[in-house]
Design a protein around this ligand. Structure first.
Ligand code: CO
Length: 287
């Protein structure tokens, strides 16, 4: 059978991504006035979500996330409502407002606290894995103010680029793993296409409204996660995003790391021995 669309050049054709699955974020039982959690990406699906580890939507009051350590990962905290203040044992601190994000590289170890600046705050926190070569890197913070982030504007669409590139608009955010993070707002009926390498894992979380996604215009709504199909090719790929009555979503993508994951509490390493070492180092004040 002849190819209906012969290639014009030697460049691999773009892969149009389909939706692999749509998953409901799970609100944890036992949620209280003090702390409610919706698990967007549940821990334990290491291979399936690689390089992403977990994503939680939290509503919390002061005292919920007091001093605690991390090692071997990056955490990206995105403020949806209220203000978040953070401080760590390396001298990093700040207050973030709605639409701002904090990109923390825990690397070899950091101890921090995350508190509402006010009575209550509503956040999304994503844990991103670091490859073995970067797990013991120097810790760092990047406070990413929404007002400072580059914006891609299309008819009915505002895409604020926190990391990576959208339609030629690039963020200056430093990455150990090339992660794309975009705060997407589409007016009713508006549509946009996001380019991403076909190999990259990609998903979005619908914060408000609804839309249709991917090659088959698969529907999803608020509090659902949309995972896109991935293809093992060097070709570029594109992801079609279309609003229903209006859409706010956060989009993330990144290359799989493909390393063993040993995770316990706030530490994510490659082996159990490294996890034991992390607990020892923390206990002995080496963070
Ligand atoms: Co933390």
């Amino acid at each position: 059978m002849p190819d209906p669309q012969p290639r014009k050049s030697k460049q691999a054709p773009k892969v149009e991504r389909a939706v692999a699955r749509v998953v409901d974020a799970v609100t944890q039982p036992g949620g209280t006035e003090e702390h409610t959690v919706r698990l967007v990406l549940e821990a334990g699906h290491w291979e399936e979500y690689d390089p992403f580890l977990m994503l939680a939507e939290d509503w919390f009051v002061p005292g919920t996330f007091g001093d605690h350590p991390h090692r071997g990962i990056e955490t990206v905290t995105f403020v949806l409502e209220g203000e978040l203040q953070h401080a760590d044992n390396k001298g990093g601190k700040g207050v973030l407002g709605p639409g701002d994000a904090q990109w923390m590289t825990a690397g070899q170890g950091i101890i921090h606290r995350e508190e509402p600046h006010g009575p209550r705050v509503h956040t999304l926190q994503l844990w991103i894995n670091l490859p073995a070569t970067k797990k013991m890197t120097e810790p760092r913070y990047q406070d990413l103010r929404h007002a400072d982030m580059p914006v891609r504007e299309e008819p009915g669409a505002r895409l604020r680029v926190f990391s990576g590139v959208s339609g030629g608009v690039a963020a200056k955010t430093k990455n150990h793993v090339p992660i794309t993070m975009i705060d997407i707002r589409l007016e009713a009926g508006a549509s946009v296409v996001q380019d991403i390498p076909a190999r990259h894992q990609a998903f979005l979380y619908v914060i408000e409204g609804s839309g249709r996604f991917g090659r088959d215009a698969t529907p999803a709504r608020e509090a659902q996660v949309v995972w896109f199909s991935r293809v093992e090719t060097d070709a570029p790929s594109e992801i079609a995003l279309q609003a229903g009555e209006g859409l706010r979503a956060v989009f993330w993508a990144g290359p799989p790391i493909r390393e063993p994951v040993a995770a316990r509490g706030p530490f994510v390493m490659n082996t159990d021995a490294e996890i034991r070492q992390a607990f020892t180092d923390y206990r002995e004040g080496r963070f």
